[in-house]
Design a protein around this ligand. Structure first.
Ligand code: NAP
Length: 283
C-alpha cells in the first residue's frame, strides 16, 4: 500500500478500542503494517482482521498486558517475527482511575497499577523498540498523557502521577534518541468519547454536559481527533518535532478559573458534537 509509512511497521498498544483503535486505523491508512497489542487475545485478533480487510495492509494482533514484563517481551518478539521490527510505537494501553477518592483512602494497589500500566508499560515498550529504531535511523514514538499530565485534579493521584510521569519519560527519551532519527512526543487528550466512557455516560455515571461545559469548544472530543495528531507526529516529515506535549482538549488546559468574574458567556453546545463534522466512529 502506498503512503508515507509504506514499508514501515507501527506497533500500537491498547489497539482494540478507543484512541488506540483510531490510531491503528490512521497509521494503516498511511501504509504502515500494523503490529497490534491489547489485553484480550480474541479481541485484538479480531481488530487485526478487521483492519486487514478494511485497509488492505498487513496487520497482526498479540495479547499482552503492558504491565507485565514477560508478555511485553513475548508479544514484541512475536510481532517482530510476523511483520518486522516496528519503527513507529504508539502506547495507548491505559485505564481510567477506578477509585476516585483521596490517596489515603485508596488501595495502594490501585496507585501502583496506574503507574505499572501507563508508565512502566510505555517505558518497557519503548525500551523494546528503540534498538531496532536506532538501527533503522528512524523512529516515531508517541505516548498518551492527558490533561492530567499537565494539571491536576483531586482524588486521582495515581492517574495524575502516571500521566505527569509520561511527560518526563517523553522528554528523557526524546533527548536520548534525538541523534538517531527518532522523535518522541506525547499527546494530552481532554475528554474523549471512547466506548467505555460513552457507556458510563449512558448509565448516568458520568455527566456529559458538565465536562462539555468546562471545555471551551463546548463538547467532548472524538478518538479520531486524537489519532489525527498522533498520525501527524508519526509522519516522516515531522522529524523536527520532538520532546513536545500536544494538548488535544478543545481548549480545556488553557482555560483559567474565572472565579466570580464570569461575565457574559455564550450557551454551551448541548449536543454531543459541533453538528457539522460528526463522523461515524467505529472505535
Ligand atoms: P479504551 O477505549 O478503554 O482503550 C484502552 C485499551 O487498552 C482497551 O482495549 C484496554 O483493554 C486496553 N488495556 C487496558 N489495560 C491494558 C494493559 N494492561 N495491557 C494492554 N492493554 C490494556 O480507552 P481510551 O480512552 O482509548 O484510552 C487510551 C489512552 O488514552 C489511555 O492511556 C487513557 O488514559 C488515555 N486518555 C483517554 C482520555 C479519554 O477521555 N478517553 C483522556 C485522556 C487520556 P480492556 O478494554 O480489556 O481493558
Amino acid at each position: 500500500m502506498a503512503g508515507t509509512l509504506a514499508g514501515r511497521v507501527a506497533l500500537v498498544t491498547g489497539a482494540a478500542s478507543g484512541i488506540g483503535l483510531a490510531t491503528a486505523r490512521a497509521l494503516g491508512r498511511m501504509g504502515a503494517a500494523l503490529a497490534l497489542v491489547d489485553l484480550d487475545a480474541d479481541r485484538i485478533a479480531a481488530t487485526a482482521a478487521q483492519l486487514r480487510a478494511e485497509l488492505a495492509v498487513d496487520a497482526v494482533g498479540e495479547a499482552c498486558d503492558v504491565a507485565d514484563p514477560e508478555t511485553c517481551a513475548s508479544a514484541h518478539a512475536a510481532l517482530e517475527r510476523a511483520v518486522g521490527p516496528p519503527s513507529v510505537l504508539v502506547s495507548c494501553a491505559g485505564i481510567n482511575a477506578q477509585e476516585i477518592k483521596p490517596l489515603h483512602e485508596q488501595s495502594f494497589a490501585h496507585f501502583e497499577r496506574m503507574i505499572a500500566i501507563h508508565v512502566h508499560g510505555s517505558a518497557r515498550m519503548a525500551a523494546l523498540c528503540v534498538p531496532a529504531m536506532r538501527a533503522q535511523r528512524f523512529g516515531r514514538i508517541v505516548h498518551i498523557s492527558s490533561i492530567l499530565g499537565l494539571v491536576a485534579l483531586p482524588w486521582r493521584a495515581g492517574y495524575t502521577t502516571a500521566k505527569h510521569a509520561l511527560v518526563g519519560l517523553t522528554r528523557a527519551l526524546a533527548l536520548e534518541n534525538a541523534r538517531y532519527g527518532i522523535t518522541v512526543n506525547a499527546v494530552a487528550p481532554g475528554y474523549i468519547l471512547t466506548p467505555v466512557l460513552e457507556e458510563r455516560i449512558r448509565k448516568g455515571i458520568l455527566d456529559y454536559d458538565r465536562y462539555a461545559e468546562r471545555t471551551p469548544v463546548g463538547r467532548w472530543g472524538r478518538p479520531e481527533e486524537v489519532a489525527r495528531v498522533i498520525a501527524f507526529l508519526c509522519e516522516p516529515d515531522s522529524a523536527f518535532i520532538t520532546g513536545a506535549v500536544w494538548p488535544v482538549d478543545g481548549g480545556w488546559t488553557m482555560r483559567g478559573d474565572p472565579g466570580d468574574d464570569l461575565g457574559p458567556r455564550p450557551e454551551p453546545v448541548r449536543g454531543r458534537d459541533d453538528g457539522g463534522s460528526r463522523q461515524q466512529s467505529s472505535a
